[in-house]
Write a protein that binds this ligand. Structure first.
Ligand code: BGC
Length: 766
């Protein structure tokens, strides 16, 4: 009896599982999509299929005149799959109309844009946002960006940018989340969730595009578009995790990077785009090139346009941004047997699937609701959130004798080339921003200070002595309005004002285009003319607060030694002026922590906390010893370590408590610590967990971030913060690129930054 019943039950369960596997909502949605795309592709000519792979530059489209644009002809001929960086629902609607009314198969276009840190409501540059260590804030910023962009016709964003960057010379460090794969992965996930929500077909969610795949942040010498070359171990352990986190979170598309990997440009790297991305990670979306990424392979030395276009398609590229290499050569390559129809079909299918998932076939105007465009963009509610989030991104680097917060009385002298400049507040990649709507620091200070504060202001200096450099640093309309008066006249005017004040706020640093794409710097100090201004301001004997604008870590050794207070505000977005004032006057207590190490000088770059120990580390407490791994002229220490940031509160940590010091296999270790706010105001502290694997089959970093919690503590309050650690937290890619953990001793560290930690040791056996 018994023996015959077991198989019957077994088969019944199997059958029900099989049935339910085929009928889960996801499976039946996929089946429906397949049927739809199959039917459509049967009707498509080869040229129409190739047309879907084309993402041309959008040219100059004028509302109401789109039909006359160069691009219109191509759209009608079915030679365009999508367009990007067109702003306004009216324009997008006009262009979509051409596709769905005048092309043979009426296939809608996909509309993309670089919505990198907000749409019209602009949030801090990503490097700044990452310093909030607040995943809800990060997700919220992406959600609001999606609501606004989708209200204006956009359904696809070229974000998140998740390139790990450890070289402050590289301007695009501003666009990512800093140096750490763990923090970067959490942020990548939060952003994808914010953009895509749970249902991509809703009219207020947009498709994410993870970029730049891969390793773009490791460009040699920090020079943009330069070569990258690294071991697969570093790649898998340090650089690839955030891209994987984003695709695991369901990101609908990926953008290939400009750089080469193992000697083959990413755009033609089959190992990367097919073996890793699709086979190892199971990515199902589509891959777009970066801007002219295919054509650039001619200069990389990979062959002529036909050759490189074929290589790209074969590697796994589905859509060609701007260069039209695929559009103009792939048919010939097919005829010559250099690519197959299956490869063209696969790419075309993925583009059509993306459009299907976005609901564009159901309603091509889904994202073109003019009413939404009027009511959901740059709203008071969005601006309020942007202001709050911006304040969380600022990092207080120094605050000697509590110069900050400022009192809401007396006279403040606001001085510097960035004191009254709203165009530079939103930061690099604020494509959709309306600069007229941004708030300058002067406006923000006046609004927050109240009636008892007198605010005086002067420029003090230009951004840089060199007007040609200044022009380069003010591209894209972010004018610095250069002052043509002699430098000493500008300075004297500022000093006269400074002398009348109780406190000086110096708004200095980089302009927003001194970081970002194609803005690498070989000198990462504050421009000399501004340093001179700062020195002169300090000589007045008044307390000076440096409000530092920057898109990268700067070398601030002199400033750290001489300026009483430094608040790093990055580029905080459209509401930056208010948010900075909120923090300066203490309405908001700063809580940002660096997601990137600040070096003492440029020679230390690349510098990052999770380095290896080497065979000749320095003995502790020493900064130089002959025949040890160090410099003759500077210690190995950063100026400000990863994870560092002060507060108007003062936090202290108790000793670390471990639930066990000897663990086995799948047991869980609990590590806890008490954190006390010894200050007189409530504040937020980012409590960070690091682990060191003392002995490995390959060398392991001196510490790696494995968790963090942002906790709020009232004045005088103590909280216990607890982390649960399992062997998942100990895993890494070994020499054979197998992801596993190895038994042995581990140092568990908890602290308020990567340098100042309390530690304990455990032994973990298999
Ligand atoms: C950048 C990308 C961007 C693209 C489209 C390229 O130059 O590298 O990050 O998404 O342009 O604007």
């Amino acid at each position: 009896m018994y023996s015959t019943r077991i198989p019957l039950i077994f088969f019944a369960i199997l059958l029900s599982q099989l049935i339910s596997a085929q009928t889960t909502p996801a499976a039946s949605a996929n089946a429906k999509m397949k049927t739809f795309v199959d039917a459509l592709m049967k009707k498509m000519t080869l040229d129409e299929k190739i047309g879907q792979l084309n993402l041309p530059g959008s040219g100059d489209i004028v509302t109401g005149q789109a039909g006359n644009s160069d691009i219109a002809k191509k759209i009608k001929e079915g030679k365009v799959g999508g367009l990007f960086n067109i702003k306004s629902v009216a324009k997008i609607k006009d262009v979509q109309k051409i596709a769905v009314e005048q092309s043979r198969l009426k296939i809608p276009l996909i509309f993309g844009m670089d919505v990198i840190h907000g749409y019209e409501t602009v949030f801090p540059i990503p490097l700044g946002l990452s310093c909030s260590w607040d995943m809800q804030a990060v997700e919220r910023s992406a959600r609001i960006a999606a609501i606004e962009a989708s209200a204006d016709g956009i359904c696809w964003t070229f974000s998140p940018m998740v390139d790990i960057a450890r070289d402050a010379r590289w301007g695009r460090i501003a666009e990512g989340s800093g140096e750490d794969p763990y923090l970067g992965s959490q942020i990548a996930k939060a952003m994808v969730k914010g953009y895509q929500g749970n249902d991509l077909s809703l009219n207020n969610t947009i498709m994410a595009c993870v970029k730049h795949f891969a390793l773009y942040g490791a460009a040699e010498a920090g020079r943009d578009y330069n070569t990258t070359d690294m071991s697969h171990q570093r790649m898998y352990n340090d650089y690839l995790p955030p891209y994987k986190a984003a695709t695991d979170a369901g990101a609908g598309s990926v953008m290939a990077s400009f750089n080469e990997i193992d000697g083959i440009p990413a755009t033609a790297n089959k190992w990367l785009l097919t073996d890793v991305l699709r086979k190892q990670w199971g990515f199902k979306g589509f891959v777009v090139t970066d801007y002219t990424g295919i054509n650039e392979m001619i200069d990389h030395g990979m062959g002529d346009l036909q050759n490189v276009s074929g290589l790209a398609l074969k590697a796994g590229i589905d859509m060609d941004m701007v260069g039209e290499g695929i559009l103009t050569t792939i048919k010939k390559s097919l005829q010559e047997g250099k690519v197959t129809i299956q490869q063209i079909d696969a790419a075309c299918r993925r583009i059509l699937e993306a459009k299907y998932k976005l609901g564009l076939f159901e309603d091509p105007y889904r994202y073109c609701d003019e009413q939404r465009a009027k009511t959901e963009i740059f709203t008071d509610a969005h601006r309020k959130e942007a202001r709050e989030i911006a304040a969380q991104s600022f990092v207080l680097l120094k605050n000697q004798q509590n110069v900050l917060p400022l009192k809401k009385s007396g006279t403040v002298a606001l001085i510097g080339p960035l004191a009254d400049n709203k165009e530079n507040m939103p930061g690099t990649w604020s494509v959709a921003a309306n600069f007229a709507n941004a708030t300058s620091l002067l406006t923000g200070l006046k609004a927050v200070a109240g009636n008892n504060v007198k605010i005086l202001t002067a420029r003090g200096s230009n951004l840089d002595e060199d007007s040609v450099f200044e022009e380069r640093a003010g591209m894209f309309g972010k004018s610095l309005r250069r002052d043509s008066r002699a430098a000493n006249v500008i300075l004297d005017e500022a000093l006269a004002i400074a002398n009348q004040s109780d406190v000086i706020v110096a708004a200095l640093g980089e302009s927003s285009e001194m970081s970002g794409e194609s803005s690498s710097r070989s000198n990462i100090e504050i421009p000399k003319i501004q340093q001179d201004l700062l020195r002169a301001l300090l000589k007045t004997g008044k307390p000076v607060v440096l409000v530092l604008f920057t898109g990268r870590p700067l070398a601030l050794k002199w400033e750290q030694e001489n300026v009483p207070a430094i608040l790093n505000v990055w580029f905080g977005g459209s509401e930056a002026g208010f948010a900075i004032a909120d923090v300066l006057f203490g309405d908001v207590n700063p809580s940002g922590k660096l997601s990137t190490t600040f070096p003492q000088n440029i020679g230390q770059v690349p510098i990052f906390y999770s380095h290896k120990n080497t065979g000749r580390p320095l003995p502790s407490g020493q900064w130089f010893q002959k025949f040890r791994s160090n410099y003759l002229d500077v210690s190995n220490e950063p100026l400000y370590p990863f994870g560092f940031g002060l507060s108007y509160s003062n936090f202290s940590y108790g000793d670390i408590k471990l639930s066990s010091v000897a663990l086995r296999g799948n047991q869980t270790l609990t590590a806890s610590i008490t954190v006390t706010n010894n200050g007189s105001v409530a504040g937020k502290e980012v409590v960070q967990l690091y682990i060191r694997d003392l002995i490995g089959s390959v060398t392991r970093p001196v510490k790696e971030l494995k968790g963090f919690q942002k906790v709020e503590l009232k004045a005088g309050e103590t909280k216990t913060v607890t982390f649960s650690i399992t062997t998942n937290d100990l895993k890494f890619y070994n020499y054979d690129l197998k992801y596993d953990w190895e038994p042995g001793e581990f140092v568990i560290m908890i602290g308020g930054n990567s340098r100042d930690v309390k530690e304990g040791k455990v032994n973990w056996k298999k």
